[in-house]
Write a protein that binds this ligand. Structure first.
Ligand SMILES: CN(C)c1ccccc1CNc1ccc(C(N)=O)cn1
Length: 247
């Protein structure tokens, strides 16, 4: 997958993408990242990329022309069509379903706003999708771009080894929260590992883990539970776990 990022701080993305799964995916040729800095396309000796908002008010707005030139350069660099995705608090909240949709694309272009955002005419004319990574305000869209790059890269075939993709499946596969995890030592001042996990009874372990996922989702994220569309067996497992709670 090719990802082009339009950002005033392309080095930010390059650094965060050089590590871990994303770094490895680039080495394996599963991900191609290209940065485009509007400042490189800004005219005049001040090379302006922002200016004051009409109507007054605090902050600055990113100007149309440097963005248009940066986008044109990105599009000219590769014939593959790509949606332009704008990271902003006004966007549609990112979900794993949207991540799956984006991960299936051959290419996408991510636009990272700074200041108070981008001139609305550029958004109206060029942006295909506006996405928010959550209801909070950041200094720029770059962190949102990094989140999207990480999440879609994990879904590229060959990006994760078996252990890592098992983790991926356990959470995103069924839309439930993950179960608790434990490792050595089996007994510790902080508590002991649940016996079932040391029983070697793999059916009982799988049952316990599913029950814990259901219980956690019911307690922490009942909204996800409704979407998960539980079958009879799951509802029975959950009821048993809820009955077992000393509340
Ligand atoms: C300066 N701001 C507020 C701004 C305003 C408009 C566009 C971009 C920005 C850059 N900041 C962002 C970007 C994304 C998110 C998010 N939730 O995805 C949060 N903040």
């Amino acid at each position: 997958m090719r990802v082009d990022v339009i950002s005033l701080f392309p080095e930010f993305l390059a650094q965060s993408a050089a590590l871990g799964v994303v770094g490895r995916a680039q080495e394996r040729g599963l991900l191609e990242l290209h940065g485009w800095n509007p400042r490189d396309y800004a005219e005049g000796n001040y090379r302006r990329v922002d200016d004051r908002p009409f109507g007054g008010g605090p902050g600055m707005v990113m100007l149309i022309e440097p963005l248009r030139a940066a986008l044109a350069a990105a599009r000219a660099a590769d014939p593959q069509p790509a949606p332009l995705i704008y990271l902003s608090p006004q966007g549609r909240p990112l979900s794993q379903a949207k991540v799956r949709e984006l991960a299936a694309l051959p290419r996408m272009i991510l636009l990272c706003g700074r200041y108070e955002g981008v001139d609305e005419r550029f958004i109206a004319s060029e942006v295909d999708e506006e996405i928010s990574i959550g209801d909070y305000v950041l200094s720029g869209g770059e962190l949102g771009a990094a989140v999207i790059i990480d999440a879609v890269t994990r879904l590229q075939e060959g990006a994760l080894n078996d252990a890592e993709s098992a983790v991926q499946d356990s959470f995103e596969g069924d839309g439930l929260l993950d179960c608790p995890h434990y490792s050595h030592p089996a007994s510790h001042a902080l508590g002991n590992v649940p016996e079932v996990l040391r029983s070697g009874n793999h059916a009982a372990i799988a049952r316990w883990r599913r029950q814990q996922s259901l219980l956690r989702t019911a307690l922490r994220r009942p909204d996800l539970l409704d979407e998960a569309g539980l079958g009879k067996a799951d509802r029975k497992l959950l009821a048993e776990a809820v009955a077992g709670l000393e509340i």
